[in-house]
Design a protein around this ligand. Sequence first.
Ligand SMILES: *Cc1c(COP(=O)(O)O)cnc(C)c1O
Length: 417
Amino acid sequence: MTPLQGFERRDGALYCEQVALATIAAEVGTPTYVYSASAIAANYRAYDEALQGAPHEVHYAVKANSSLAVLALLAREGAGFDIVSGGELYRVIQAGGDPRRTVFSGVGKTAEEIEYALESGVGSFNCESEGELALLRDLADRLGRRPSVALRVNPDISAETHPYISTGLTEHKFGIPLEQAERIYGEFRRYAPLALDGVSCHIGSQIFDLGAFQEASAKMLGLIDRLAAAGLSIRRLDLGGGLGVSYKPGQISGSIAEYGRRLREALAGRGFELQLEPGRSIVGQAGALLTRSLYRKQNGEKVFVIVDAAMNDLIRPSLYQAHHEILPVVEAERPRILGDVVGPVCESGDFLARDRALPDVLPGELLAVATAGAYGFVLSSNYNSRPRAAEVLVEGDQWRVIRERETFRDLIRGETC
Ligand SMILES: *Cc1c(COP(=O)(O)O)cnc(C)c1O
C-alpha cells in the first residue's frame, strides 16, 4: 500500500488520477510537485462528515500547502482557513477564501499583521500571550472591530512525535499555561472591544494517538467549565490540527472518521462550536514530488543516486529525518540496490533518502517522492540559487500548472548590484 492518495499504477506506470506522471514530466520538466484535487477534496469532506451532527467549522491550516489553487479548491469545498501570518491571509483572500471564516493563529503576530487582519474582517484570533491580547484589544478598539478571541492554551500534553513538531508541552514556546490563561480570561473579560469567547490548543503534528487529542479536549472542557463557573461563557472550542498520516507502506494514517466520532462523543450536549485546523491530513498524501535521476555513483561501499530535486525543494528528510517513499515512475523487473538518494545541493545533509533499498535506478529515469503534499513546496527555498519547482494540479483527466517553475530572472527579483 503506497502512502499516496489519488495516485495509482496502471500497467506499471504511475498515474495521478487519470494522468500519467511521465506526461507531466515531459511537458513541465522536473522537479515538479503534483497534487490530486480529488484526494484533497475527499479529505476535507471526511472531516466535515465526521463532525456532522455537532456544530463545527473546519479551518484548513494554510501553512501545510499554501498554493493559491489548493486554497481555492478548499474554499469552493466550504473550508475556512487557519493562518499564521499576514502573507497567508493575503493568499487566502487572493484565492477567494472568506476572511470572516479565517482564524489568525501564531505566536508572534506584528501590529501591522493584526491591523491588516482586522481591516480585512478576519473573524477570529487565537492569542498566545497577554501582550498580544493587549495589542489586539487596542487595535480592535481603534478600528471599531470586535473579533472573536480565544487564548491558545498550552495543555502540557506530550504527544509522541518528532521534537520539532511537538508543541503542547510547557517547555515549548506555544500557548499560555492553563492557570495563567484562567487569570487572563478573568482580567480581559471586561474589555468590550474583544469577544473573549473561545479557547484553543494545538498539541503538535503527525500525531497518531487519538488518546492525546482526547486528553487535550478533556483539559479544554475542564477549563471551559471553570470559566463558566466564573461567569464567562465560551462559544467556540478550537482543538487545532495534528492528525498524522502514513509515510510508509503498511503504516496506517490517523482515521479522520474515528477522530471525529470521539470528539462528537466527548462534546455531546455541549452548546459550543467545535473547530479543527487540519493541515497535513488534508494535503499530505495527495501530493508527490516528481524528480529525474541524473547520475549513479559508488563511493567505496556506498551507492548514490543523484537526482534533480534537493533539500531546497523538499527539506523534510534533512530537517526532521522524515521518511518519504521513493517510487520509480515506470516499474520494471530489476535488481535492488541499497543506496542514498541525494540532490545537487552542496551540503552533506542534502538527501531525500538514506540507506534505502531501491530498484536499481538508471540515469534519466523518473522518480516520485511520495507524500510530499504537506510541508513540501511551502518549505522550499532558493538555496544554491536553484529556481523553485513547478506545481501541477490534477483533476480527473485534466491537469494544469498552478505555479510556473521559477526562472533565473525570478532569482534576482528586487536585487541590485
Ligand atoms: C501547524 C498548525 C496546524 C496544522 O497542523 P497539521 O499537523 O498540519 O494538521 C494547525 N494549527 C496550528 C495553530 C498550527 O500551528
